[in-house]
Design a protein around this ligand. Structure first.
Ligand code: 5GP
Ligand code: MN
Length: 335
């Protein structure tokens, strides 16, 4: 990204749209809102548009109540995209990851700017800030503001938004992507007004009894394949329905398998009857790339150690396919 050109671009008021990927997570919402508040403080018109709904535990982040959801506020989303001079795509690097927003985005004549930490970025954006070593897109938004010499523009609201995404994408500062720089950024965010304890409580202490019971079902369904150092969980639509499933309820379940001593590869298969797919989340430790695995077998992608994908087969056929693929990875999983 040519930061001088971007600085020039942002030196006069623009109509800006900030977007993130489908089924937005803490990093998607946090980075979008942080950038949004920053752009407003520079005097731009800014609108955050998400492809669809997101979990309740994100519905307190400063500015969240102004987010437009393309799935339900389609017309206003479309006209706002049509009027945009600049469109930021945050926490994704393929337009197809924006779901049903893709056709509106690809028809836009706006200048696209990408800030993202996933692997293999596409080339739709004029300005690309892509770094797969970064903990989160939120950390990149911090560095973006830093590159523009505006760290003093970071308000307590912006600090809170950025903190959320760094915290959620690093599993609370534990994954390999958490560097000393990440900790220095987080320390500065606390200095700038992020209330770290309250943020943790708002995100993580939001269980309902039915979510905990759904976790019980997931744990009951957990299977281990020791010869492949692999663990997987499945949840059928009826199990979800019986436990009053709401968006976000299965967040983090895939990590339960990975927490077993000696396990290097964990998967969760979640049936979605409405979309007619099985949504898959994959996690690994060490050298085994779930990004490659997902690209090669499950129409997905993501990061080296955290990726997602989907399958159009039934739940049991998807699991059978998964198990049938494992022998070709036996060596790398046992390294
Ligand atoms: P999760 O398993 O938490 O949904 O996603 C893990 C990571 O993989 C996230 O960074 C997410 O953006 C990415 N991801 C999840 N699902 C997909 C998918 O279907 N396609 C691609 N390309 N990436 C995905
Ligand atoms: Mn992210």
């Amino acid at each position: 990204m040519n930061i001088k050109e971007v600085k020039e671009l942002l030196s006069t008021p623009k109509n800006i749209v900030v977007t993130a990927h489908k089924n937005p997570d803490g990093d998607a919402i946090g980075s979008s809102l942080a950038l949004h508040h920053y752009l407003l403080s520079l005097g731009h018109r800014s609108t955050v548009i998400m492809p669809n709904e997101y979990p309740d535990f994100l519905k307190w982040i400063p500015g969240e109540n102004h987010i437009i959801k393309h799935s339900t506020d389609t017309e206003i989303a479309q006209s706002t995209i049509r009027e945009a001079d600049l469109i930021f795509t945050l926490d994704y690097n393929l337009l197809s990851r924006s779901g049903q927003m893709e056709s509106d985005l690809s028809q836009s004549e706006a200048i696209f700017l990408m800030i993202d930490h996933h692997q293999q970025p596409d080339d739709y954006a004029k300005y690309i800030y892509s770094d797969t070593t970064m903990s989160s897109t939120c950390q990149m938004v911090y560095h973006f503001i830093e590159k523009l010499d505006h760290l003093e523009f970071i308000t307590p609201e912006i600090a809170t938004c950025i903190y959320v995404g760094i915290m959620t994408d690093t599993g609370s500062f534990r994954f390999r992507s958490t560097t000393s720089t990440t900790h220095r950024v987080v320390a500065d965010l606390i200095d700038k007004g992020a209330d770290n304890t309250r943020i943790h409580e708002n995100i993580y202490d939001t269980n309902t009894i039915s979510r905990l019971q759904l976790k019980g079902v997931a744990l009951n369904n957990l299977k281990v394949l020791p010869e492949y150092k692999t663990a997987y969980i499945s949840l059928s639509q009826s199990e979800l329905d019986q436990n009053k499933f709401k968006k976000g309820d299965t967040e983090g379940f895939v990590n339960l398998g990975l927490s077993i001593n000696g396990i290097k590869f964990a998967a969760i298969f979640i049936e979605n009857k409405k979309e007619g797919i099985i949504k898959i989340s994959l996690r690994s430790k060490g050298d085994f790339s779930v990004n490659e695995f997902s690209r090669d077998h499950f129409e997905g992608g993501g990061h080296h150690n955290a990726a997602g994908g989907k399958s159009n087969l039934s739940l049991s056929d998807t699991i059978d396919k998964f198990i049938s693929i494992l022998p070709s990875y036996k060596n790398v999983l046992n390294q």
